[in-house]
Structures are given as C-alpha cells and as structure tokens.
Design a protein around this ligand. Structure first.
Ligand SMILES: [Zn+2]
Length: 167
C-alpha cells in the first residue's frame, strides 16, 4: 500500500517578533505606527527520509526560524516597494514620507527595511518563506516539496503563504 503524504510543522513561543509597522490602504489612507507580537509557523512538506523516518529535522527548522524572527524582532518594519512611501537612509537615520509628506524619522539600527510592497502579514509570510527557502537551499536540503509560512499578528488573525519547491 502506498503511504500518504507527510509534513512537519513548527510554531513555538520563541518564534515571535515584536515589531512596529503601519500599512497603507487603497486610496489615501495610511495607518498610524503601531506594534504586534507576531508569531510564525512554518510547515515543510516532503518525502520521508527512510534512513531516519522523518521529513526534516525539527532542530534545524527551529534554528533557522529563530534567526529569521530575531532579524526583525524589536524593529520598525518598513516596506521598500510601496509606491506611496518614500523610505530613505540618511546617515544613522531612516526617513519615511507618505505621498511626499515627511512622516517619521527612525534610528537606522531600529529599522528593518524589507523588500515588500506593504508590511501586511501576507507579504511578511511570503518574505519569510523566501528567506527560509534560501536557508534550506544553502544547506543542500533534499526531498522537500512545499513550504508553508503562517504569520499571525493577533490571536486568530493570520495569513498563510504556500509555495511548492523541488529540492
Ligand atoms: Zn498592524
């Protein structure tokens, strides 16, 4: 009998990042700066490794995810690809303008400049899935078929991004 499919999932109390952000909406509405205690959950789908009988080592997944969360923990998350926002580095500061009007100045060390069009949980999930995948590629992971990343910004309020991979 053919075996079914397996996946492994990790979400932990330490896979969180407490970060500030704001998003822009359709038209001319822009949120004020506020924060979330975001939490990440990653699921890896793939073939069972029949030497060890698991899909992927939990320890490795946790280590990668912890690093990815730490990179953006206690930062102001700023979207670099939002046409309504002008984000510029200026010495030790980052200035942010909305539709050409100056809005914020942050210390550069407190900012995470992200290649996303808006810091929605959808875009954060896609970004972290891509970074997670790059880490797996770099370590030569084999046999994986999909990565799913869920980012929760409030209890019961999250977005999921899933991408098929071939490793
Ligand atoms: Zn928010």
């Amino acid at each position: 009998m053919k075996r079914g499919d397996f996946s492994v999932s990790v979400t932990k109390d330490h896979l969180v990042f407490s970060s500030a952000h704001f998003i822009t909406f359709a038209g001319h509405r822009c949120e004020g700066l506020h924060g979330h205690n975001y939490r990440a959950r990653v699921t890896v789908e793939g073939a069972l490794d029949e030497e060890v009988w698991f899909v992927f080592d939990f320890v490795v997944i946790k280590k990668i995810m912890k690093r990815l969360c730490d990179e953006i923990d206690h930062k102001v998350l700023l979207a670099l690809e939002n046409p309504k926002l002008q984000v510029a580095e200026c010495g030790d500061s980052v200035t942010v303008a909305y539709e050409g009007k100056p809005r914020y100045v942050f210390p550069k060390a407190d900012c995470a400049l992200l290649p996303v069009p808006n810091t929605t949980v959808e875009m954060l999930a896609e970004l972290l899935a891509g970074r997670f995948r790059a880490e797996l590629d770099a370590m030569g992971a084999r046999g994986l078929t999909a990565i799913e990343m869920e980012i929760e910004e409030n209890f019961g309020q999250s977005a999921v991004y899933r991408v098929e991979v071939r490793t």
